[in-house]
Design a protein around this ligand. Structure first.
Ligand code: NAD
Length: 352
């Protein structure tokens, strides 16, 4: 599909698109739904086979952000930005693109705010904040790392899921496999170990996994045998698309709760998990800790105790989702979607 066809086909509100001649990058800002407020979503930088693939990614991710904000009832709309860059963009050429893109976002006067996502770093956000008023996750002029906030949210969400799925009141002795020990997975593994969980880690970077396992007193499984590994809980914290028709039958876990975005290859995989008796914590709810913290900072709240308390609210949100799902025989994904849609309908009615 061409870019024009993709836009015509989309259910969102608007797309801002620019070709950045000096870098050869395409810049996309997808604004999906502003019912709850100005759109807020990360800035992804990636090389795509075709620019239209970057646009498609921005649109899909913007829609996900609408549901993410609605699931926690925050006053933000769904949006996402994608920088579809040529291979090897680096140094001053990359920084120039970030600065010009930041000025484009600033010109939208708050219709869109952005923050870190795949391919961008907190330091990049510091550069963009010099050009733009709408950068998330800045505190006292310094960019913050969302990973530890996201990890805390996954921990409380994973505990709620373990309560519902395993009837376990604590993580003491519960075995958890963390897939991907990067910015979120590493602090999550540390928190799990502190709670008494038996931690196993896996990562494409085998050395990174070994070092972390040593630190937390856990074990390692090879990345290619992770899906069939014995565990009570599987915590995908690496890449999307890991729960599929091929991998779900291999899982030994009874609970899946992790930070990765778009964990399901297709929505039908939520039903596959449900039918297999595996409790799935919807990714956009359980990975909301960073969004909650950065959202609150954006609204002027920086007190760590308040941020932690609001991130802790992920447990209550998941409790409600799991209860609604089991009351209606639905998958948690269906229950989460219905809950988010109710919030959108209620807020729209209040505005009219
Ligand atoms: P990261 O890049 O810091 O870490 C990812 C880790 O996963 C790396 O160590 C990488 O080697 C490993 N990995 C990649 N593919 C793998 C595979 N197939 N098997 C095993 N390991 C693999 O990323 P991150 O910031 O920790 O984010 C992890 C996931 O959580 C991503 O999907 C991200 O979109 C999502 N997420 C992150 C945040 C955040 O605050 N950083 C917030 C919400 C969602």
């Amino acid at each position: 599909m061409t870019q024009a066809e993709l836009i015509c086909d989309w259910g969102g509100e608007a797309v801002v698109s620019r070709f950045d001649k000096p870098s050869g990058a395409w810049c996309f800002i997808a604004l999906h739904d502003s019912t709850l407020g100005g759109a807020v979503g990360g800035c992804r930088m990636k090389t795509y086979a075709r620019p239209a693939d970057g646009l498609r990614d921005a649109m899909r991710l913007a829609e996900g952000m609408t549901y993410k904000w609605a699931a926690i009832d925050f006053p933000f709309g769904g949006g996402k930005s994608v920088l579809a860059v040529p291979p090897g963009l680096a140094g001053s050429a990359r920084e120039g693109l970030l600065r010009r893109f930041a000025r484009l976002i600033d010109s939208l006067n708050g219709a869109f705010s952005t923050g870190v996502d795949m391919g961008t770093t907190p330091a990049d956000m510091g550069v963009m904040a010099e050009e733009c008023r709408y950068i998330m996750g800045m505190h006292d002029g310094r960019p913050q790392d969302p990973g530890p906030h996201t990890a805390l949210g996954v921990l409380v969400g994973l505990k709620a899921a373990t309560r519902h799925g395993l009837g376990a009141e604590s993580l003491e002795g519960v075995s958890v496999l963390v897939q991907g020990v990067g910015d979120v997975g590493a602090p999550l593994a540390r928190l799990l170990a502190q709670e008494g969980a038996r931690v196993t880690v896996t990562d494409m970077d085998a050395e990174r996994a070994e070092v972390l396992a040593d630190e937390v007193g856990g074990s390692v499984v090879a990345a290619d045998s992770a899906y069939g590994a014995e565990c009570d809980v599987f915590a995908p914290c690496a890449v999307g698309g890991v729960l599929s028709e091929a991998t779900i039958p291999l899982l030994k876990a009874r609970v899946v709760a992790g930070s990765a975005n778009n964990q399901l290859e297709v929505d039908l995989d939520a039903e596959r998990l449900h039918d297999a008796g595996i409790l799935y914590a919807p990714d956009y709810v359980v990975n909301g800790g960073g969004a909650i913290a950065f959202g609150l900072m954006h609204l002027g709240e920086h007190d760590d105790a308040v941020l932690r308390e609001r991130i802790g609210g992920i447990a209550g949100t998941l409790d409600a989702i799991f209860s609604e799902a089991s009351a209606h025989g639905h998958s948690p994904l269906q229950a989460a979607r219905r809950r988010a849609e109710r919030v959108l309908v209620e807020r729209k009615a209040e505005r009219e």
